[in-house]
Design a protein. Structure first.
Length: 101
């Protein structure tokens, strides 16, 4: 009878260890890359400066004219009258202007 209880207890520990390994694997494969991407986006948005060329989530390229707390004003195209305020979260890529020298 003791052998049956010991075997049952070991299989329960084995199942718990297997669940821990599976949950750890999911975290490593799914959550960790997402957190790294969030940090990258936050860093990119925190380093925005006037004059940077940006790509918006809608696919438009523009130049930053003004920066406020959570919003930016972006100028699109060669027409100086096409300035649109938008949220920083709508920016997907930033290109710093080339330093001429």
């Amino acid at each position: 009878m003791n052998g049956v209880l010991a075997t049952g207890g070991m299989s329960l520990v084995g199942i718990i260890i297997m669940y821990v390994v599976i949950i750890g694997g999911f975290w490593f494969l799914l959550m960790r890359p997402q957190k790294k991407e969030q940090k990258r986006v936050q860093l990119m948005l925190s380093e925005l400066a006037v004059g940077d060329t940006v790509l918006t989530t809608s696919g438009f390229y523009g130049v930053i004219i003004d920066i406020q707390d959570e919003d930016v004003v972006v100028e699109f195209g060669n027409n100086k009258n096409c300035r649109i305020p938008m949220q920083k979260a709508a920016i997907t890529q930033v290109e710093k202007p080339a330093i001429e020298g």
